[in-house]
Write a protein that binds this ligand. Structure first.
Ligand code: HEC
Ligand code: HEC
Ligand code: HEC
Ligand code: HEC
Ligand code: HEC
Length: 491
């Protein structure tokens, strides 16, 4: 009786059929293998752009495939007729070897088993590797749980960090943070499935790995130096949407490096001037104690209470050592104010500034409260059309395309920053980089933090920047700079 490969496969099937577990496993495998292979091929070719596609392949089909494989193997080993599985036992091989002329068949069987084993190993490795990678991808983090992550993802996409992946800031390389992140990730998936996540998502987030380690992988503020010119473009809410500019000479400074003294704004990151603080609220906005360890000496500052302010609020948490996040808490999830969002669209031309009063009208519409995004977008469109029909009728006729473009731009400004479904309005997340509404730098630099011997954390405007122009049309200073350059270029 000659055993052909067909018989060989037949005998494997018989063994499988002896155990219910391996039957289930076998069915899973035979259904999933072709589906999975086709899906992976499609994914590699990049034909399907839907983020759920990756989720389906790597986090559902992949693990199911592994489950099938495990069931099959467990079933085989547990099956009763173990003694019959000649193929898998040494006795069988020994018996075959004992018979002359059988080597060829044995070799064929061994090769076949080896091939199956290797393919399986490869598939297992491939599925776990790609699954793992997929769980690290921006598509998974930012797009799978659409509603929850939309605010974070939308703001990320409009930020200078949109080319680095979420995990580069949120997880990092060390095994300890990796495990922590995967566990909290699993918890988050449950929160999404059962709809128990908080809206808006809380901040500051405490699970970020030590932030200096993270940011300093790419930025080294101790090596910064000197001042830098910041120009902010704004539009006034008048008929002409007058373009004005604010010019600041920002004292970026340095954390001190190779003999260079720490100075300016990044003085805070130097190791020999460590600043610690305690706060009384979750958002870290109410800072009541600050102390500075400066080359051996320690200065304590306490916040003077306002006349009508009850101080005694309990201190939250332990003392926090100041790091990048106390100023750059929004390096990538930058939620703009309504004003700034419109200015940004106008400077890029997404909202044409030649539409009269567009800044004023748009601002009124986008800052009204809405229940859903769709309601807001419709209201913007209807509101602007009605107002221009009544006041500037040529925008319903010949100049309609300009108005349509403006409407699209205003809607985009809204969509990028406000997420009613997640309870995120215009000012939900504060940015600490400047001193809008007295937060940010002014949480300490407000002239009210005083030490025992009367030193005050500076509120001098020139300590951080020199305001060269504030909301001026065509500021002199920029004119001078351009003039100086032109003079220099002329011999
Ligand atoms: C440049 C670093 C960086 C990158 C890249 C980054 N994040 Fe963040 N993310 C942060 C920081 C810093 C915070 C904490 C803000 C705080 O605590 O005030 C944060 C906060 C969050 C929050 C909490 C909500 C909030 O806005 O405070 C979510 C959710 C989030 N990130 C998701 C993502 C996703 C999804 C991606 C990729 C699409 C991503 N992040 C990419 C730095 C980053
Ligand atoms: C993987 C590298 C990487 C990491 C990690 C990273 N950044 Fe950046 N950062 C960049 C790149 C790239 C740019 C864009 C530079 C540009 O556009 O000129 C940038 C730009 C910036 C800017 C300038 C933004 C602007 O408007 O010009 C700031 C501020 C900044 N990052 C802060 C941070 C902070 C704070 C962290 C830590 C939470 C961080 N970065 C983490 C790579 C990184
Ligand atoms: C005391 C607050 C503060 C701290 C702490 C701080 N920064 Fe800054 N940083 C600023 C300000 C203010 C600017 C300039 C204004 C802006 O970017 O809007 C700036 C600018 C930057 C820039 C852009 C520089 C450029 O030349 O364009 C980078 C990158 C940066 N910071 C990274 C960091 C990193 C990384 C850390 C932590 C090691 C850090 N900063 C700590 C306040 C701070
Ligand atoms: C947690 C409190 C705290 C916050 C927040 C804070 N600072 Fe400071 N800063 C200090 C202390 C304390 C000093 C040292 C006392 C002083 O010089 O007045 C200081 C000093 C400075 C100095 C002078 C450095 C030097 O050369 O002596 C600058 C510039 C400065 N801060 C800029 C900023 C900017 C810009 C921000 C916001 C982006 C900011 N700080 C936020 C606590 C803080
Ligand atoms: C502790 C440092 C610090 C002090 C003190 C300070 N500022 Fe600022 N200021 C900043 C930073 C940082 C920004 C930039 C924020 C940004 O990049 O958007 C800023 C931005 C500004 C802007 C531009 C705002 C905008 O976006 O249009 C003006 C105007 C301004 N400051 C005026 C003042 C005046 C007036 C004082 C004195 C009462 C003062 N600042 C004190 C740090 C400081």
């Amino acid at each position: 009786m000659e055993r052909k490969p067909v018989n060989f496969i037949k005998s494997i099937l018989i063994y499988i059929s002896r155990s219910k577990l391996s039957v289930v496993g076998g069915i899973l495998l035979s259904v999933l293998t072709p589906v999975l292979l086709v899906c992976i091929l499609i994914d590699i070719k990049g034909t399907v752009q839907n983020p759920y596609f990756g989720f389906l392949i790597y986090l559902i089909l992949g693990p199911l495939f592994l489950l099938g494989l495990i069931l099959l193997i467990i079933g085989l080993f547990m099956s009763r007729g173990k003694e019959d599985i000649g193929l898998f036992t040494f006795e069988y091989i020994a018996e075959q070897l004992a018979r002359p002329g059988r080597y060829i068949r044995i070799r064929r069987h061994l090769l076949l088993s080896l091939l199956i084993t290797l393919t399986t190993l490869f598939l297992v490795a491939f599925v776990s590797y790609t699954g793992y990678h997929y769980s690290e991808s921006t598509a998974f983090c930012g797009q799978s749980c659409h509603q929850v992550m939309e605010p974070a993802y939308a703001t990320y996409r409009n930020s200078p960090h949109s080319r680095i992946s979420c995990v580069e800031c949120h997880i990092g390389e060390h095994a300890q943070w990796l495990t922590k992140a995967k566990f909290s990730g699993a918890r988050q998936i449950f929160a999404v499935l059962f709809d128990t996540y908080p809206r808006p998502l809380p901040q500051p987030i405490t699970s970020l790995r030590p932030v200096r380690e993270t940011c300093e992988e790419c930025h080294r503020p101790e090596m910064f130096h000197g001042d830098k010119l910041y120009i902010k473009d704004r539009f006034l809410p008048d008929e002409l949407n007058t373009h004005v500019q604010t010019v600041l000479l920002m004292k970026i400074g340095s954390g001190g490096y190779q003999g260079r003294q720490a100075h300016g704004i990044h003085w805070h990151v130097a190791e020999d001037h460590q600043v610690f603080y305690k706060h009384t609220d979750q958002a870290q906005e109410e800072i009541v104690q600050v102390w500075l360890q400066d080359e051996g000496q320690e200065i304590h500052y306490f916040k003077k209470p306002d006349n009508n302010e009850a101080m005694g609020a309990p201190l939250l948490a332990m003392a926090r050592k100041m790091d990048c996040m106390d100023c750059h808490n929004r390096p990538t999830h930058i939620f703009r104010s309504a004003d700034e969002a419109l200015d940004e669209k106008m400077i890029t031309g997404a909202i044409p500034p030649e539409v009269p009063f567009i800044k004023r009208q748009a601002l009124a519409l986008i800052t009204a409260p809405y229940e859903t995004s769709d309601a807001a977008l419709q209201s913007v469109s209807r509101g602007l059309k009605e107002w221009y029909a009544a006041n500037y009728p040529d925008f319903t006729g010949a100049r309609k395309p300009l108005l349509d473009q403006a409407i699209a731009g205003v809607q985009q400004a809204y969509r990028e920053n406000v997420f009613p479904e997640m309870h995120i309005g215009w000012d939900t997340y504060k940015n600490f980089i400047g001193h809008k509404n007295g937060t940010g730098c002014f949480r300490c630099h407000d002239g009210r933090h005083v030490s025992q011997n009367g030193q005050i954390i500076s509120r001098d405007c020139n300590c951080c920047h020199i305001v060269l122009a504030e909301n001026e049309p065509a500021p002199d200073v920029l004119h001078l700079l351009k003039q100086a350059l032109a003079d220099k270029q002329q011999p």
